[in-house]
Design a protein around this ligand. Structure first.
Ligand code: FAD
Ligand code: NAD
Length: 461
């Protein structure tokens, strides 16, 4: 029976990064992945392909609607969707092969097949050549998540599909109905709207992006509406079904809505199927999430879990940090993730990014705060780019001035939030950001001005 120091099941950002860190720390590590390509949901059918299509569709949209403002006049602009999809596939292939290369370089043993936990210290892999039994003192479960189903929605994976299908369509739908105004609904809804689809987003709650700062979410909704997306809030979808020519979606209390394609995006659920967790005694909560302690230990000694499989936001970078902390804890006895400093980015146009607490959370926890906001409209670089929508909003503790939360709607918000995450990680005050020299002219000056605004002394407004 092959024996390793550590066996990891799942090679997504949680699992593969944990494997690399374990190898750096000198462990004999093996990683089991059932798909031929490494990298998990994120690299194969998540973060990377969605961002490739968001970039391509944004260029098309810019060429059609904004180039003329810059004095760049195109006689006609056309989409070659097949080329766009091929480019996406090439990016995915190069990155997943890159992970395979990193495994080789770091001497991580790769098993291709489905992994199953047999008991503490024992794992089986169902490979094409038969079953392989592995022995390991430590096992990390990192099998990620799957699209959440919705009662009444019949997925045929053609007319009615999930994000995986919506990333691969070979034609622009005439009318796309998106179920759920969360991150996936808005990102992929934006892609297809930019490419020419009529997009209707049906959302159960009375707002888009539940969980994110509501002021920023309201402003974002207005911006998406200007781009042609239609939102029907307080609309609970109870059925969706493919027909010969298209599909029909039914909202509670309404007639069926006819469309060409449907994207179901009502969240994701932990992927524990076939992992043998129940028999091995690994405790799950009611939602099927693997229960772990502060150090990622499950109820079975020597078995750990990370990423989308456990509590917390389902984000690739959160999974990576957990993988690193989990391995470091196993090897060195230390390892920690600061959940207060995990950024969250929605890659729409404008982008939406946040880190730390929202105003709603601070109010609910009775934490006194001061707020500073600054609009991109008053920033020279934003003007030059022609992207002036949105603002940076900084929330700092009323007495200590410590930065508690930052919320951004605007160009490159996903890059700007990195400075704010570092500020929270270092326990910085808004005064620290305000007194840091920011290059001119850059979008980052909006962060500095928002920090000055916390103390009522923004300069350029
Ligand atoms: P996963 O990436 O899901 O990896 C789990 C791996 O385990 C998979 O490769 C799976 O094949 C494998 N596996 C499962 N069961 C077994 C088994 N029994 N044996 C062997 N292997 C198994 N997050 C961001 O931070 N930024 C984004 O921009 C972003 N965009 C997204 C866009 C979309 C469309 C989707 C769907 C998700 C997106 N996410 C994004 C979320 C992100 O993909 C996940 O949070 C992240 O992939 C979770 O990492 P993980 O390692 O926990 O699991
Ligand atoms: P989500 O939780 O972000 O949004 C789901 C939405 O569906 C919610 O607004 C919810 O109110 C709504 N909903 C639920 N039931 C409904 C019903 N019956 N009718 C109408 N609306 C309904 O989920 P998602 O967009 O599917 O994304 C899943 C996960 O993937 C997220 O947790 C996210 O963290 C991750 N993800 C991240 C990124 C990123 O970081 N940029 C991108 C894509 C996905």
């Amino acid at each position: 029976m092959p024996k390793h120091d550590l066996v990891i099941i799942g090679a997504g950002p949680g699992g593969y990064v944990a494997a690399l860190r374990a190898a750096q720390l000198g462990l004999d590590v093996a990683c089991i992945e059932k798909e031929a390509a490494l990298g998990g949901t994120c690299l194969r059918v998540g973060c990377i392909p969605s961002k490739a299509l968001l970039e391509s569709s944004d260029l098309y949209w810019e060429a059609k609607t904004r180039f003329a403002d810059h004095g760049v006049v195109l006689k006609s602009v056309e989409i070659d969707l097949a080329r766009m999809q091929r480019r996406k596939g090439e990016i995915v292939a190069s990155l997943t092969q890159g992970v395979a290369g990193l495994f080789k370089k770091n001497k991580v043993t790769r098993y291709e097949g489905s992994g199953k936990l047999l008991r503490a210290g024992a794992v089986s892999v169902a490979t094409a050549a038969g079953e392989v039994l592995l022995e390991s003192k430590h096992v990390i479960l990192a099998t990620g998540s799957l699209s959440a189903p919705l009662a009444g929605v019949e997925l045929d994976l053609d007319r009615v599909g999930t994000s995986t299908e919506a990333l691969a369509w070979d034609a622009v739908p005439g009318h796309l109905v998106v179920i759920g105004a969360g991150v996936i609904g808005l990102e992929l809804g934006s892609v297809w709207a930019r490419l020419g689809a009529k997009v209707t987003v049906l959302e159960y709650q009375d707002r888009i992006l539940p969980g994110m700062d509501s002021e920023i979410a309201r402003e974002a909704q207005r911006s998406f509406e200007k781009q042609g997306l239609t939102f029907q809030l307080k609309s609970r979808v109870v059925a969706a079904k493919a027909s010969k020519k298209g599909a029909t979606v039914t909202v509670e209390g309404s007639e069926g809505l006819a469309c060409d394609r449907v994207l179901l995006a009502v969240g994701r659920v932990p992927n524990t199927s076939g992992l043998g967790l129940e028999a091995a005694g690994v405790a799950l909560d009611k939602r099927g999430t693997v229960i772990v302690d502060a150090h990622f230990a499950t109820s079975v000694p020597g078995v750990f879990a990370i990423g989308d499989l456990i509590r917390g936001p389902m984000l690739a970078h959160k999974a990576e940090e957990e993988g690193i902390a989990c391995v470091e804890r196993i090897v060195t006895g230390h390892g920690h993730v600061n959940y207060d400093a995990i950024p969250n980015v929605v890659y729409t146009a404008p982008e939406i990014a946040s880190v730390g607490r929202s105003e709603e959370e601070l109010k609910a926890a009775s934490i006194p705060y001061r707020k500073g906001a600054f609009p991109f409209l008053a920033n020279g670089r934003a003007r030059a780019l022609g992207h002036t929508e949105g603002r940076v909003k900084i929330l700092a503790h009323k007495e200590t001035d410590r930065v508690l939360g930052v919320h951004i709607l605007g160009p490159r918000a996903g890059d700007l939030i990195a400075e704010c995450a570092a500020a929270i990680e270092f326990g910085a005050s808004s005064e620290d950001i305000a007194r840091t020299c920011h290059a001119h002219p850059t979008l980052s000056e909006v962060v500095k001005e928002a920090a000055l605004a916390v103390d009522g002394r923004a300069l350029h407004i």
